[in-house]
Structure formats: structure tokens, C-alpha cells
Design a protein around this ligand. Structure first.
Ligand code: 5AD
Ligand code: SF4
Length: 370
């Protein structure tokens, strides 16, 4: 771990910004694909993110080749169970924000969550992701007992995604058996972060990512693309930050405006730019698990498939049972599976096989932990 929040340098003065194809050649030549590879500069990443169509094709091909070479063709399927949509935070972009009074709030009981996880396990999933808003109404001890029971009885990897919590709580959940933790940094721009997540700071979030690493979790982070006020330079900083954090997993998805939030009128993040950020992340983090996010498929019916072709190697289907599922509306369109999307593990296996991408049969731990 190289430490968090290192200020990303803007590169040497007067330095020429290389052409995208030069950067690709350079990345290949210097073996960024290997652990020892050099991190591209912010300017180099910006050049890749603003390249013309022909260079974008080259970028996607390079990302696909790096993915194939380092993590292979298999795709990891992870079942998400969204067990509570209560949240004390008030993020400007999110439908679960506490000021959204139009949302029906629910909290699944540990038995309901366990039953949903058992369904996932029976279908073939080897990882269960338990996700919620920041919900102090869910006692840590109860969550810890549930994690222990899942590990004990279902033989699954357990990922938690339950927000910013005190270090002792992370420790208790880790001791209970949680394998991984997902905490997206959302944006590497500290001012934008503070504006969009009132009362919280980027530095505070990065500190939690460090704790999670210290406690032995496999760590996932990630960011949104196309947030109002976000620049291409800050997207480059997102990628560099992911590399500095040495995350095992990075979720990159487009911002999608929710009508019951202060950002209702903002335009959605562009799919192309999101794919560009994903592809660059694959070049910079060759062995990471990178999901083809749900938000990509909400933006475009082929979003997920396109992501799988430019660096992604994970899909996280939603296994939250009804009647709860429809109420986990972080952004519109999320809770209804896109038309034609596979609805079961078996259907996913078939669809992915059709893309030449077999489903991985292991737990899908991070590099070196399988
Ligand atoms: N559009 C896209 N992604 C969003 N998230 C929250 N709100 C939105 C939105 N409007 C993502 C954030 C958060 C995760 C729970 O969902 O990245 O970490
Ligand atoms: Fe809560 Fe997370 Fe939504 Fe913020 S993004 S309001 S912390 S659920």
C-alpha cells in the first residue's frame, strides 16, 4: 500500500502530451500489465480519454488483450442482495438519500437475507454481495452473526458494501468472516466529493479504504463517470487513485440522474466515456476484477456486453427478492432488469458462453488469493 490521497502530480512542465497510440505502445513495452509497470501520467490518461474514434478502438482492443492475458476469459458472477435501503447520508446523486421522502424504506431480516443467499448459492453463485445504505438501524452484531452463518453454512465468499463505518465495526465484520469490502471513492476530486456528499470528505473515505486493507479485506473501490462538474482530468485522477490504492476490484459506472434528487436535471454520464475509463483502468490495473456495471446496461442495452469487450471480467446480477428489489432505486431503471437480460445463473452462463466468456467456477478472490 503506497498510502492514500497522494496528490496526483500533473507531470513535468512543458512536457509534450503523447499521442494515444504512443501511450499504448509504451504501456505494452514497459509492461504496465505486470505488477512492476509504470503508472501513466495524468496527461497520458487524459490523452487516452479524449482520443478520437480510431484511437479509442485501439484502446479497447488493448484493454481486451490485457484482460485476456492477465485474468483470462472467464467471468465472475456475484449475486447482490440489497438488504436495506435506509441511509443516513444525503448524497446529491443518489435516490436512497435520506431527504428522499418518496422512497418506500425497507430492511430485510437476517433470515430473509440468508434465504436469498441460499437461493443464490443453489443457482451456482460463489460470491454473495450484501449491500445497503448507511443504516445504523442494522445492528453490527446482527450483521456479524449473519456473515458468520453465511460463511459457515453456505460456503460462499462474502462481500460487504455497507458504507463508511468505525474501524471497530469493520474489524468485527472481518472477524465474523467477511472476505471483501466494497467502498467506492466515487470521485477523486476532493471539492466535488465534498459538494456531492455533504458532511463527508474524500480524505475520510480514503482513510476507511486504508483500514479495510489493514484489516485484511480484499478491497473494492471505484467511481462514477459524468458527474456534474467532473472533468476529464479528475477522471484520470480516479484511475491513478485506484492504482495507488492497489484495489482488487474497481466498479466504474456512469452517473444516471434520479428525479427525486437535487441532480434530477443533470445529463447522464456518457457510455463511451465510461467505457474509456474502464479500458484505461484495465491497462493500469491489469489483474483487477472490473465489473460490467448495471448502470452501463441501464444506459444502453448493450452496455454490459461492450464493457466485457473492453476490460470487464465480472457481472453482478441483482438477487434481491421482491417485494424489496423495486425499492432499491439508487437511480431510475436500476431495479428492472433490462429487456432481454438473463434472469438466472444458468441464463447468464449461456449468454456469456455465447460471447466466448465461460463463467468462472471459483470464488473469484483477488489476485494471489484464489
Ligand atoms: N447514478 C449512478 N450511480 C450511482 N450511485 C449512486 N447514485 C448513483 C447514480 N445516480 C452508485 C455510487 C454508489 C453506489 C451505491 O451506487 O457509486 O457507490
Ligand atoms: Fe447513501 Fe450510498 Fe446513496 Fe450516499 S450513495 S445516499 S451513502 S446509499
Amino acid at each position: 500500500m503506497r498510502g492514500p490521497a497522494k496528490k496526483v502530480s500533473a507531470g513535468a512542465e512543458g512536457r509534450r502530451v503523447p499521442e494515444p497510440d504512443e501511450i499504448l505502445a509504451l504501456l505494452r513495452a514497459e509492461g504496465t500489465q505486470a505488477e512492476a509497470g509504470r503508472v501513466p501520467t495524468r496527461e497520458e490518461i487524459v490523452a487516452l480519454l479524449t482520443a478520437g474514434d480510431a484511437d479509442t478502438d485501439a484502446l479497447y482492443r488493448a484493454a481486451d488483450a490485457v484482460r485476456a492475458g492477465h485474468v483470462g476469459d472467464t467471468v465472475h458472477l456475484r449475486a447482490i442482495i440489497e438488504f436495506s435501503n435506509h441511509c443516513v447520508q444525503n448524497c446529491l446523486y443518489c435516490g436512497l438519500r435520506r431527504n428522499n421522502r418518496r422512497l418506500f424504506r425497507y430492511r430485510m431480516s437476517p433470515d430473509e437475507i440468508f434465504a436469498a443467499a441460499a437461493v443464490a448459492r443453489d443457482q451456482g453463485y460463489r460470491t454473495v454481495v450484501l449491500q445497503s445504505g448507511e443504516d445504523p438501524g442494522y445492528p453490527t452484531s446482527e450483521l456479524a452473526r449473519l456473515v458468520h452463518r453465511l460463511k459457515d453454512q453456505l460456503d460462499v465468499a462474502v462481500t460487504l458494501s455497507v458504507g463508511e463505518l468505525p474501524r471497530v465495526v469493520y474489524r468485527e465484520l472481518r472477524t465474523a468472516g467477511a472476505d471483501r469490502y466494497l467502498l467506492k471513492h466515487e470521485t477523486a476530486d476532493p471539492a466535488l466529493f465534498a459538494r456531492l456528499r455533504p458532511g463527508t470528505t474524500l480524505a475520510g473515505r480514503l482513510e476507511k479504504l486504508v483500514w479495510l486493507r489493514e484489516l485484511g479485506y480484499q478491497v473494492g473501490s471505484g467511481n462514477m463517470v459524468g458527474l456534474p462538474g467532473q472533468t476529464v482530468e479528475s477522471l484520470a485522477a480516479d484511475v491513478i487513485l485506484l492504482r495507488e490504492l492497489e484495489v482488487e476490484m474497481a466498479g466504474i459506472g456512469p452517473f444516471i440522474p434520479h428525479p427525486d434528487t437535487p441532480l434530477a436535471g443533470a445529463p447522464p454520464g456518457p457510455l463511451e466515456l465510461t467505457l474509456d475509463v474502464l479500458a484505461v483502468t484495465r491497462l493500469v490495473l491489469p489483474r483487477a476484477h472490473l465489473p460490467a456495471t448495471t448502470a452501463m446496461s441501464v444506459l444502453h442495452p448493450e452496455g454490459r456486453q461492450r464493457a466485457l469487450a473492453c476490460g470487464a471480467n465480472v457481472v453482478m446480477p441483482d438477487l434481491t427478492p421482491e417485494p424489496y428489489r423495486r425499492h432499491y432505486e439508487i437511480y431510475p431503471g436500476r431495479t428492472a432488469a433490462p429487456v432481454g437480460a438473463p434472469r438466472s445463473f444458468a441464463a447468464w452462463r449461456e449468454t456469456l458462453a455465447g460471447l466466448g466468456r465461460p463463467v468462472d467456477s471459483g470464488y473469484g478472490h483477488g489476485p494471489g488469493r484464489n
